[in-house]
Design a protein around this ligand. Structure first.
Ligand SMILES: *Cc1c(COP(=O)(O)O)cnc(C)c1O
Length: 463
């Protein structure tokens, strides 16, 4: 499988090269040149298989040529061995026709672990074979960073530096990033918001001197390997509910558009997905765009669902690439307008293509809290604020005869203040991480200046 840039001006790469590179050198994102498809029989055969077997069958065509079958099976097995649930992504029933896909049984209690644990193992095997080392730099609104640190800590071929917005992540998220003591882990509390962190990471990738000097690698959701890992649970959930013999819909709490884009890939591969519902919080640029109002940045307003406090959704570029029928020049032009003018209008044809694929809705802070309360009363399920947004928007899109699956993207204990505020229930951490509040923290507070950040990372990597 070959990977090409959404902006058309970077070299074609193999899966392994695209994974190690992250952002393309033309500023674009790598996508597979062709999306492989599965037959109805192949999809039907997934029902009831262990998660790891589904993962192998769904992902193999994308990685073939970069890893052997044996290597890849071992990578998958190690990636999910540390999860706290035998099903990895269990389904819970909320109402006769609405299900919750629990994606929070990994080591950092959010769905990011599905991709990051896999990527950690993929990097380790690939770098060992090449005899190379890399510096992973990532921006996080909370969950990506902790998942990355958990996946890469202690690996000798990797340094990992994570930028998070100071004071804007939950205490559990912060502690998961600042308490690992491994010397290859560098948590950076940046004075700014998530969009500043994400912009600086992009700037570092575009500073080719720095990029080559520290051998920068990216594991933000711009990395296609992350999207790929997330495709798997759409297949696992849909086949458990009767696909391919019936259609299934998904509602996805959305920030950077990586998780929902994985649903689009699953649909392109042949999984009969009826609706793909983009659920946003008050930072609703995606909902506005899908409603035909263009893609224009606003101020990021901090919310009780901080992992979705995003105005520029990096993976939306991939959605645009497909909506514009793979017209890379058009995508490059839009991204230019976004960078220089703060936004762009979507052409009529591309808007129709987007609206044919994605539905959308938003939840205010009050609606999110009200959903946490009503859901625990009606089904006994305690939702985190992100999952609650998914459930609220899903409820507005239910169709008779089509099961709806809402992705529960984080464990309620990751956001205890909001959950307790809404429901009166204090969600306890799972026993395996019960001592998180007692562990000592290690973090560097730093400005959002590119030079400061690069100097700091250079020094840490040289140690
Ligand atoms: C990252 C995250 C999201 C948003 O996912 P994207 O792939 O960025 O759209 C939603 N909920 C939680 C808990 C997250 O950590």
């Amino acid at each position: 499988m070959k990977y090409i840039s959404t902006r058309g001006q970077a070299p074609e790469l193999t899966f392994e090269e695209a994974m190690l590179t992250g952002l393309a050198r033309d500023g674009g994102l790598y996508v597979p040149a062709e999306i492989p498809t599965m037959t109805k029989e192949e999809i039907a055969a997934l029902a009831g298989l262990p998660y790891e077997d589904i993962a192998f069958r769904v992902m193999w065509p994308y990685v073939e040529g970069s890893f052997t079958e044996e290597e890849f099976k071992g990578i998958i097995a190690r990636a999910y061995a540390g999860f706290g649930h035998a099903a990895r992504a269990p389904l819970k029933q909320l109402t006769p026709n609405h299900f919750l896909l629990e994606l929070f049984h990994g080591p950092t209690l959010a769905f990011k672990d599905f991709a990051m644990q896999l990527i950690g193992q993929l990097f380790q095997v690939a770098l060992k074979r090449r005899g190379e080392s890399v510096t992973i730099v990532g921006a996080t609104s909370g969950d990506t960073g902790s998942a990355a640190i958990e996946a890469f800590k202690g690996l000798d071929a990797v340094n990992v530096a994570i930028l998070y917005p100071h004071g804007r992540v939950s205490e559990v998220q912060r502690r998961q990033m600042t308490t690992p003591q491994e010397s290859n882990v560098h948590a950076l509390a940046v004075d700014g918001d998530f969009d500043d962190c994400q912009a600086r990471v992009k700037d570092m990738f575009n500073d080719f001197g720095f990029r080559d000097e520290v051998k920068l690698a990216g594991v933000n959701s711009i990395n296609f390997a992350r999207v790929l890992a997330q495709v798997v649970y759409y297949f696992a959930a849909a086949t458990a509910l009767g696909a391919p013999h019936r259609n299934v819909s998904f509602s996805v709490p959305t920030g950077n558009f990586g998780d929902i884009f994985a649903g689009f890939i699953a649909k392109q591969m042949g999984l009969p997905i009826d609706q793909l519902v983009v659920a946003t919080n008050q930072n609703d640029i995606l909902h506005r765009c899908l409603s035909g109002e263009g893609y224009f940045k606003g101020e990021t307003k901090p919310s009780i669902s901080p992992s979705m406090d995003i105005q520029v959704s990096s993976n939306f570029e991939r959605a645009l690439y497909f909506a514009y029928d793979k017209d890379t020049a058009a995508v490059a032009q839009l991204m230019d307008e976004l960078k220089n003018g703060g936004g762009f209008n979507v052409s009529q044809g591309a808007l129709e293509a987007l609206q044919a694929t994605y539905e959308s809705g938003r939840a205010s802070e009050e609606e999110t809290l009200a959903t946490i309360k009503s859901e625990v009363e009606s089904s006994g399920e305690l939702l985190c604020p992100h999952g609650a947004i998914g459930v609220k928007v899903a409820n507005e899109h239910l169709k008779e005869g089509v099961p709806m699956v809402t992705l529960a993207t984080a464990h309620p204990a990751k956001f205890p203040a909001a959950v307790e505020d809404a429901s009166g229930i204090h969600p306890p951490l799972p026993p395996r991480m019960g001592d998180l509040y007692e562990r000592s923290e290690r973090v560097t507070r730093i400005s959002s200046d590119l030079g400061d950040l690069e100097d700091h990372i250079r020094k840490q990597v040289a140690k």
